[in-house]
Design a protein around this ligand. Sequence first.
Ligand code: CA
Length: 547
Amino acid sequence: MTRYSKHITKNATPQSARASAKQVRNSADGYTFAVDKWARLERLLILGAEGGTYYASERKLVLENARCVAACLDEDGARTVATLVAVSEAGRAPKQSPTLFALALACAHSSEATRGVALAALPQVCRTGSQLFEFLTTVQELRGWGRGLRRAVCRWYMTKTPDALAYQVVKYRQRAGFSHRDALRLAGGAIGPRSLEQDALLRWITTGSSGFGARTVVRSGKTQTYDAIPREALPSLVSAFEALQAESSPQAAARLIVEHRMTHEMVPSSLHGSPEVWRALLEQMPMTAMLRNLGRLTSLGLVAQGSDACALVVSRLADVDRLRKARLHPLAVLVALNTYRLGHGVRGSMSWKPVPQVVAALEGAFDLTFGSIPATKARTLFALDVSGSMAMGQVAGMTGITPRVGSAAMAMATMRVEPNYMVMGFSHKLVPVALHPRMSLGEVIKTVSSVPMGATDCAQPMLWAAQTNTKVDAFVVYTDNETWFGQVHPHQALDRYRQQTGLAAKLIVVGMTATKFSIASPDDPGMLDVVGFDTAAPRVMADFITG
Ligand code: CA
């Protein structure tokens, strides 16, 4: 007798078939659930679409995500913009590019109200001149320079104090084919009341140092006469910047840099190889710049075992306040660590001998940038998808950080605080992944990179726990959700595990790519989606586990 019912009563559907009407086909031809557009928006903002995924080209992934942003804007423009601002201001994303892209889409939306909200958010999202230029490059491909955009750009310049604006103007002089002069010209010039200092700075931006005498300008048929402006009204940083451009003595340059708190972008290229200049720059160096220049500082001999520059770098990397204020993202720290420990740059010929104290300080900073991660003491199984697709592409476009490496590093931060952790790797079967919390991230990267690849079955963690009768309160699965291989869906495997053990085990899916797929069932309150490398994720996960 053929027992037809066996195919429907065991709560087991092959992943190649739909287990629920809510499931959609993923890129690997398996069936998964889909996160809603708001969750996908957060995935885009944090993980980006650069480099695409194993399955989707960058172009395809960007277009899909643009459609998702458009759908969010259509449903609730204000909520969409509020999400962009929140992610940006809290430093939850490793890169601003996806947020700037989404903001540009919002500024070009068909609803006037949405455009207004988006343009008003410009200074909150574009905090630096560089971000402003990147935004403008994108937005002008999507819409014209209408009145709203002109006013918003003008506001960006006019609401800053002269000193703050001067810093942005001399630090980011041009990028993406834009200069401040271009931006102000396209914005139709500055409007509204302004101080003598602002006037002087605007003239310096638009005409350089020659524009300070009285002059007559004919604009739209109207003749306007401008009085002479004293050069002394310029912020002191501008004069110092001009002096630095003409400087050839490293000692004199170093004095200017320290006195005026100047950054490396303001230094002429003739002085870029000077250790004295870099030592001066290090005094007030912003954290992101310090992270990017650790190799250079080491190769110049400044950062060396026992040097005062080394002590300064190490103490800053342990300074929680400084890390937080700089909105330093763990992924940026991970990339810096990965580059620094290799001893040579990705491009160019610079090489250095990594200083162990700096490597250790970067390891510590990685955990600190997640904020304080609460320990739940729950029996937590960290399950890392190490299948082939996780070894392709880059998280947030970060060099060398595949989803596989990124997820292992992120899991480490939580493993270091959780006393009752278990860890496993899986592809279509269990894959031993020898990770432990005392391991350095360098060792983690090496270990995970050498794991053999395979097909994908995201039900493996739950099946393993059931087979071995292991007690698990929370399964935390780091994956791209491209599951297709198994004979039972992950949510079904979890249901069966709960029935077998009587435990109300939870499932947290840490999505590592900006797709819409998820193995978590939206109808099960015991399942949660979070975004990989969202700095808010560890706390959300802990709250969910402790209920
Ligand atoms: Ca896979």
